[in-house]
Design a protein around this ligand. Sequence first.
Ligand code: HEM
Length: 134
Amino acid sequence: MTKQQKNVFMQSLRRCKEKEDFIDQFYRRFLGASDEIKQMFEHTNFAAQKFKLLKSLEIIVLAIEGIPEAVHQLNLRAISHSREHLNVKPELYDYWLESLLQTVVVCDHQYNREVEHAWREAGGYAIKYMTDRY
Ligand code: HEM
């Protein structure tokens, strides 16, 4: 991921975060995408979950840059999502990225192909990192 792509991603994330329901919208799409996913979030406290997901989006770029604390945080997510714990099957990550992108389209008023590409790069990195450790 180039420096330019990282900036584009972080600026888009900042604009999305200005929309109060950004993460709510994401979860509405993500849970609506598959019954299997919906069931996995049956007992989730979404007030807490929203904050955790936002934080993990912010750490992706830092992890790409190799900042040790960010890599550590991403690694903890990989462990929590692995087959021994939440058991998030690798194929479910496609729904995660597509639901995220569909939400960015409507939340980021500066959305364009460059923004889309930056999200795909950042999201793709996190997905590869996590699914490699499934
Ligand atoms: C790169 C993609 C993803 C990121 C960055 C991410 C991030 C997180 C974070 C930060 C948490 C809360 C802390 C933790 O348990 O580690 C969490 C919880 C969770 N995630 Fe993910 N996640 C991703 C993909 C997925 C996918 C594809 C699923 C599939 C259904 C999923 C299902 C869950 C579930 C079930 C929880 C637990 C919710 C609860 O506490 O009830 N995640 N995720």
